[in-house]
Design a protein around this ligand. Structure first.
Ligand SMILES: [Zn+2]
Length: 430
């Protein structure tokens, strides 16, 4: 057995240094865990519901939410990661736009509601107070992509009634009223119309309802227009700093400064493509984004929006929802104060959500908006216009209106032609 007596001076000092180092590591990690149990993390973006659809067609009964090796998220690991709140994305693929996007969004909302009410460790929350009060993992429903409302404010309001408290104005596709940061889908491209009049009505209505406006995935021009217009603070629920990684999904300094003035929040995405502009990254590179953002706008405008299960390729050491302590430990080592980290973990989001609710309360005498999108802007063959049954046709779409017009024109000329034939029959037949 090794005893201190048997060691020389040199070995003794090495041994002491090692013990001190070990103690430092232990106290760092216990400080991290203590902080994280006091301020349980609220994460701005998680796509587990998308996997519930892809892996099992939303059949929750066939999914083990305690142990799910195929996803980065399950309840066991959420608890290990000290997660106290999670915004779950009701995400609908852009290819569903103008088709069945509304139904698909409803089905994703349904599966989130089921998940967060059937598992006793989770709790569906719809207010900042509920999120703050629960000892469980609070779930907040967030619609990802404005195409899910099919350019309809009544649909937006009904989503609110179902518990949706946040909506990203776009995903990777433009909507008829807002632009995406992605150029992948060619439709609904407009010249200098980052936010149309209807888009402005969506922003006003979200302010009135008390829904968080999420600008992740929006084009910078759309984000700028919203930041100028919104009465309430907004969020980027899962984006990082453009200065460090030049990806259009990240936020440039100009918008960061506008976000600070707006009182909003950027919740940092962990996806390696947005952290390092490549598939290799680690905890330190993620922490670089936090350092930079703190330098530009201050820690009170920063949160965490990991994007787990929304992408594949996460930093080494941050592979799933159990790994958040690695990041908080790194920020502590970089001398972030406990107050700053309490904000990043939880309090900044609650402050923003409370302010959004306060603006809603101030607007309580404003009636629901009756603005509707002009049909020419929606360009949607599936969009029906209900008419009175006594009118010539009860149901018409914009496309059908044109063909009906054509049809009735053709009918007119046919009648005229036969009328002409009948009148001039002898001559014509000869
Ligand atoms: Zn996303």
């Amino acid at each position: 057995m090794l005893t201190l007596k048997g060691l020389g001076v040199c070995e003794l000092s090495l041994c002491c240094a090692f013990l001190l180092l070990l103690r430092g590591v232990q106290s760092d990690s216990s400080k991290t865990l203590e902080l994280m149990s006091m301020y349980r993390l609220i994460d701005g973006h998680n796509d587990l519901p998308l996997h519930l659809r892809m892996l099992g067609n939303n059949k929750l009964s066939q999914f083990d939410l305690y142990n799910s090796p195929k996803t980065a998220t399950d309840i066991t690991r959420l608890k290990a990661g000290h997660v106290g709140g999670q915004m779950f994305a009701a995400y609908v693929l852009c290819t569903a736009q103008d088709k069945d996007a509304v139904r698909l969004a409803l089905e994703q909302i349904d599966v989130i509601r089921r998940m967060c009410t059937e598992y006793p460790e989770l709790e569906l929350a719809t207010t900042a107070a509920e999120m703050n009060a629960t000892k469980k993992i609070a779930c907040l429903i967030s619609v990802e992509g404005g195409h899910a409302i099919d350019s309809s404010l009544p649909a937006l309001r009904m989503f609110y009634q179902l518990g949706v408290r946040s909506m990203a104005l776009t995903h990777t596709c433009n909507t008829p009223w807002a632009e995406s940061s992605s150029l992948y889908y060619p439709y609904y491209k407009r010249e200098n119309k980052s936010l149309t009049e209807f888009g402005k009505a969506v922003v006003h209505e979200m302010n009135r309802l008390g829904m968080l406006i999420d600008l992740s995935h929006s084009s910078w021009a759309t984000a700028e227009a919203v930041l100028q217009l919104s009465k309430a603070p907004v969020i980027f629920s899962h984006s990082a700093a453009y200065k460090i990684c030049n990806n259009p999904r990240n936020v440039p300094d100009k918008l960061l400064l506008m976000l600070k003035a707006n009182g909003g929040l950027i919740m940092v995405n962990f996806y390696s493509d947005f952290i390092a502009c490549g598939d290799q990254s680690d905890v330190s590179l993620v922490a670089d984004h936090f350092d930079y953002l703190k330098h530009v706008i201050g820690a009170e405008h920063i949160g965490i929006g990991s994007d787990y299960d929304g992408a594949s390729g996460f930093p080494q050491g941050l592979e799933d929802v159990s790994k958040y302590p690695a990041l908080i430990g790194e920020l502590l080592r970089r001398h972030w104060s406990e107050a700053d980290l309490a904000g990043v973990l939880r309090l900044n989001f609650l402050r923003v959500f409370e302010k959004v609710e306060k603006i809603r309360d101030e607007l309580r005498n404003t009636l629901p908006s009756e603005v509707s999108i002009p049909l020419a802007e929606a360009q949607n063959e599936c969009r029906l216009v209900l008419r009175h049954p006594n009118s010539s046709k009860m149901v018409k779409s914009s496309g059908m209106q044109a063909s009906n017009l054509l049809g009735s024109g053709a009918l007119f000329w046919t009648v005229l032609f036969f009328h002409f034939m009948l009148l001039h029959k002898p001559t014509y037949l000869n």
